[in-house]
Design a protein around this ligand. Structure first.
Ligand SMILES: Cc1cc2nc3c(=O)[nH]c(=O)nc-3n(C[C@H](O)[C@H](O)[C@H](O)COP(=O)(O)OP(=O)(O)OC[C@H]3O[C@@H](n4cnc5c(N)ncnc54)[C@H](O)[C@@H]3O)c2cc1C
Length: 232
């Protein structure tokens, strides 16, 4: 199976140090949600103002199936620990590069800075000026390089790719195709662009939110308004 290569074309949003989000294809849009809702009562578009109101009504009242007719297909490149959180979102389709078929590249996520353990949110992290960044980054860099070196040595000694990869860390970059409908994507954005999500996946969710806003502006506007209300 050939390696999935990044295609530096339009629609590529760079994320973290080596990752990206790229929209491959989009089907549907705000009008599709409106049309799919109106098919229930055998009616068609009633003009922009009425259609926008309908989108707001659907979201506010949990009538979310009309949004399932709009579909986004993305190509994602992210560290494995981000992909692991990502793939918990089951209402979507995934195809990922295989480290059994292909040799893993020397591509690891190198954070700009280490964060300290958050003492209030036990899952979270906080910026802390007291951390010795240079020292921590040197420890990290050494570990990552050593694991990649071990990977190469195992391959050279005759180990199968599927076994040599076992020494690689979760900071290794992976790539996958992700197809998801607008309803499920709103759920992803709401959970992963939120401040409770880990910083790294949040950066991806922000890029995906920008794509969503561009492709379905009415839906995004109505969704954002609704969330603002809920949070006040
Ligand atoms: C900040 C944060 C911290 C997290 N921490 C942890 C953690 O510590 N440990 C952990 O294991 N996970 C953790 N998760 C993952 C979380 O529990 C969800 O698995 C993940 O966010 C996917 O959400 P989802 O189920 O809504 O999405 P999807 O899987 O895409 O599902 C979408 C919706 O479909 C419905 N649905 C899907 N599958 C089922 C089902 N089997 N039965 C009934 N309804 C279903 C639900 O309504 C669901 O909301 C965390 C997530 C976040 C955002």
């Amino acid at each position: 199976m050939p390696e999935i290569k990044a295609q530096p074309e339009q629609g590529l949003h760079k994320v973290l140090d080596k990752g990206f989000v790229r929209l491959i294809e989009f089907m549907g849009g705000d009008q599709r949600a409106v049309d799919s809702a109106r098919v229930s009562f055998g009616s068609v578009s009633k003009g922009e103002a009425q259609d926008k109101k309908l989108v707001e009504y659907l979201l506010a009242n949990g009538h979310l199936s009309p949004f399932e007719h709009s579909v986004f297909q993305f190509h994602i490149k992210c560290p494995i620990f981000v992909a692991r959180q990502w793939m918990r979102h089951r209402i979507a389709s995934y195809n990922e590069i295989s480290a059994r078929y292909t040799e893993v590249q020397d591509e690891f996520y190198i954070p700009e800075a280490f964060r300290a353990q958050d003492r209030i949110n036990r899952q979270g992290s906080v910026r802390n000026g007291a951390l010795e960044q240079e020292k921590m980054l040197a420890i990290y860099d050494r570990a990552v390089k050593a694991s990649y070196e071990a990977y190469r040595q195992l391959l050279e000694a005759g180990a199968a790719r599927e076994m040599a990869r076992m020494v690689l860390p979760v900071s290794q970059y992976t790539q996958f195709h992700w197809t998801i409908n607008a309803r499920s994507l709103l759920n992803f954005i709401s959970l992963r662009a939120d401040e409770h999500a880990q910083y790294e996946i949040r950066r991806y969710a922000d890029a995906i939110r920008d794509v969503f806003m561009e492709k379905m502006p009415w839906t995004w506007e109505a969704y954002a308004k609704l969330h603002e209300k809920k949070n006040h």
